[in-house]
Design a protein around this ligand. Structure first.
Ligand SMILES: [Ca+2]
Ligand SMILES: [Ca+2]
Length: 84
């Protein structure tokens, strides 16, 4: 669902780049981004982010409640950021 929404909002190139971004920051290659991996991703792409903001973002977008972000949940964040 999130991916469908994201596909409407992002060009195919942007979508591919986000996929690469997700994969390259999944340091332990478990297919999900945890708080530490997300923090590094934000530092690499935007700016520094306080860890309580990161935790808040994960808590907000972690829809299946496993404490990490899968690709759909990650795309929800990116969709949200793009819509701002
Ligand atoms: Ca991971
Ligand atoms: Ca999750």
């Amino acid at each position: 669902m999130a991916s469908t929404q994201a596909k409407l909002l992002f060009t195919p190139d942007e979508f591919t780049n986000l996929q690469k971004l997700f994969e390259s920051h999944d340091a332990n290659k478990n297919g999900r981004i945890n708080a530490k991996e997300l923090r590094q991703l934000i530092i690499d792409t935007h700016q520094d982010a306080p860890s309580d903001e990161i935790e808040k973002a994960i808590a907000t977008f972690d829809t299946d409640g496993d404490g990490e972000l899968n690709f759909d949940e990650f795309m929800s964040i990116m969709t949200h950021l793009k819509a701002l």
